[in-house]
Design a binder for this molecule. Structure first.
Ligand code: SF4
Length: 341
């Protein structure tokens, strides 16, 4: 797929002089991208566009380069102990995106330049859990691979974790531009997971992300480069013909990763869920969406930040879990299913 090129890049004043800031400036020069200034990466108010839809489209083509000030790490269950952010948001536009609940009003892409501060913080958290290893998720607030060609910070982070005895990194992506990452000195400390789904979900709800075939190819490359490999199947939906489509997905995956299919692969299974605030934003941004979001058809689950999530009812959730687990066990005999949620 074509790499993302923003239409405009805003810098916080102090971000320009950092190493990452300089890389982004260079990228802007090479691609003739207008450079603008903002006092805070949390506030960019003068984006073009006469209505909501146009402003959203403009925001998805806007990059903001800033300093991450709050360095307190949040717990990240069930995938890791903690999460940290190299960036917030994503150039992609998946209609079901989990970020609509928290980032719905600020869809522009933000990246952070103060890697050393983040690395210090990470080491402090590792210290607290010694002698146990501590796992960190780098993709809870966005997709860092989507901007890696601009920032290079995912490679820096992977190599930093390579140097940590008791730190482990987890990354998940819907992108495929892994070339820069293949060369990283990862020491096996980063588990790279690809988010994949049925053709129906990919073609109806996932926009401006890598095609599935490219993600499969990138997964094969990543595993050949010696990274621990995983897949996140999310969001799992009971759409028309879902059983047949998930069967095809696992058959296709099996054919695509010959190097690793008998090895230890992890799977994380996440059923579709939505919050009412996300539903409102999604219906505004994608008025013709085919996403099924009728709260009456769902069960309630108490979520983070006091938001109620709507998940499948118990019998349906069990049916999904059993069916998908059966498919995984059939194709990937040495795999490990980490959770279904
Ligand atoms: Fe959201 Fe992930 Fe899609 Fe980006 S790739 S829009 S973070 S679901």
């Amino acid at each position: 797929m074509k790499l993302w090129i923003p239409d405009r890049v805003y810098f916080e004043p102090t971000a320009r002089d950092s190493e990452v800031g300089k890389r982004v400036l260079q990228f802007c020069k090479e691609n003739s991208i207008p450079i603008l200034q903002t006092t805070s990466h949390n506030q960019v108010r003068d984006l073009p566009g006469k209505d909501e839809k146009a402003k959203y489209a403009a925001a998805k083509k806007t990059l903001i380069v800033g300093t991450k000030r709050s360095l307190k790490l949040e717990v990240c269950k069930p995938s890791a102990h903690y999460q940290f952010s190299l960036m917030t948001n994503c150039p992609g536009s998946c209609e079901y995106c989990y970020l609509f609940s928290t980032q719905g009003q600020k869809p522009y892409v933000r990246i952070y330049v103060n890697l050393d501060d983040m690395f210090d913080t990470i080491e402090n958290y590792i210290e607290k859990r010694l002698p146990n290893a501590t796992m960190f998720e780098a993709a809870s607030t966005g997709d860092p691979l989507a901007v890696e060609h601009i920032t290079g910070t995912l490679k820096d982070t992977i190599e930093h974790f390579g140097s940590l005895q008791k730190g482990r990194l987890r990354v998940v992506t819907k992108y495929s531009n892994v070339d820069n990452i293949l060369k990283a000195n990862h020491k096996g400390h980063t588990r790279f997971r690809f988010s994949i789904n049925t053709n129906y979900i990919n073609s109806n709800f996932e926009h401006n992300v890598a095609p599935l075939e490219e993600r499969f190819k990138a997964a094969d490359d990543i595993s050949r480069a010696g990274y621990p490999l995983g897949f996140i199947i999310a969001p799992i939906m009971m759409h028309d013909n879902w059983k047949e489509e998930y069967k095809n997905l696992f058959e296709q995956l099996y054919e695509s990763i010959p190097h690793k299919r008998n090895g230890l692969i992890t799977f994380e299974l996440i059923q579709h869920r939505f919050t009412m605030s996300a539903k409102n934003v999604i219906e505004q941004r994608f008025p013709n969406t085919k996403l099924e979001m009728n709260p009456e058809n769902r069960a309630k689950k108490w979520g983070k930040y006091g938001k109620t999530k709507y998940i499948y009812k118990k019998e349906e959730a069990n049916e999904i879990k059993e069916y998908i687990e059966k498919l995984i066990k059939k194709h990937f005999v040495n795999s490990h299913i980490q959770y279904f949620t």
